[in-house]
Design a protein around this ligand. Structure first.
Ligand code: 3HC
Length: 274
């Protein structure tokens, strides 16, 4: 998601550094964004000049310290593992200017779990985008108990300036608002499939044609990543201790086989390499 969030911010007029540890990932990110923006220009979503100037504001790098030292706002979108995020937040805290806000795009890991890895817990919050970030309008702004009013206001203002719609949560809960609702639907879809009631394809068709959802729950899991879905369920289970919150058997099997959805070429559906 990080690359698309970067592009959204660049389209909103900000100078953005997209950081990753892997140079190949950065190259892939650049290529994907190029082709997505070309398509948007063809369809008239942006003009060629808007797309080109947004690209000029984007920098891709594997170097953290330099870009962090001049950042006003950082949005982290690394793997959903709390230790990895805490390490990164501690590093960012050492290098970012004092006024900079450090936000996490995580929907599972609430920001209070990373805030105490920094010396600025009042300038830490969740800024949660939806997939695909270039398209989806909603951004959940989630305050932790230490998040200051100024940090929340800056995040809401940033959300508006990048042409997104903020939904503010004054209280931290795992999954936030939209994912709580989405996961209830997903769990039911998996149960119907596991019970042999209907096929993956037909359950998706029902959601599209009966409920007007743009995508069925299985197609959507393939888009957002079954690995992310697995981590989200595990986090809910660890928090509640309720076995009903555990990931479904079939989701565990797919996770263990590396069937993560579109990104791995196979999930609930197959995605042959073009
Ligand atoms: N990345 C970026 N842009 C994409 C995209 C992708 N993966 N897939 C499609 N798009 C863009 C297209 O380029 C097009 O843009 P344009 O209008 O500017 O040209 C636009 O989306 C519409 O695409 P299409 O006409 O090809 O197809 P659809 O009309 O079917 O739309 C969709 C595709 C926007 C993905 C739509 O199916 C949809 O809204 N699906 C539901 C998405 C959803 O529910 N997201 C929330 C997931 S939960 C989440 O993210 C939480 C997190 O914590 C896991």
């Amino acid at each position: 998601m990080g690359r698309q969030i970067g592009m959204v911010c660049a389209l909103g007029g900000y100078s953005v550094t997209v950081w990753d540890i892997d140079p190949d990932m950065l190259e892939q990110a650049r290529e994907e964004l190029r082709s997505r923006m070309d398509r948007r220009v063809e369809k008239g979503t942006e003009t060629r000049a808007q797309a080109d100037s947004a690209f000029e504001r984007l920098t891709f790098t594997t170097e953290l310290e330099g870009p962090a030292s001049t950042a006003d706002y950082v949005i982290e979108a690394v793997v959903e593992k709390v230790d990895v995020k805490r390490d990164l937040f501690a590093r960012l805290d050492r290098h970012a200017p004092e006024h900079a806000v450090l936000a996490t795009n995580s929907s599972t890991i609430v920001s209070s779990r990373v805030a105490d890895a920094t010396n600025r817990p009042d300038r830490v919050c969740n800024m949660h985008f939806f997939n695909p970030a270039l398209v989806m309008q909603c951004v959940e702004v989630v305050r932790n108990p230490q998040t200051s009013d100024a940090t929340a206001e800056t995040t809401i203002e940033l959300t508006r300036r990048i042409n997104r719609t903020p939904v503010v949560l004054n209280k931290e809960i795992t999954g936030f608002v939209a994912n709580r609702i989405l996961h209830a639907l997903r769990d039911e879809a998996i149960r119907l499939y596991e019970d042999g009631v209907s096929s993956v394809e037909d359950i998706d068709t029902a959601c599209r044609t009966a409920l007007g959802h743009p995508m069925g729950p299985f197609e959507l899991q393939d888009l957002t990543g079954l690995d992310v879905g697995y981590y989200v369920k595990m986090a809910r289970f660890e928090e509640s201790g309720d076995p009903a919150d555990k990931p479904a058997r079939i989701l565990v099997e797919k996770f263990e086989k590396g069937e993560f959805g579109r990104k791995s070429g196979k999930g609930w559906y197959d995605y042959p390499k073009k």
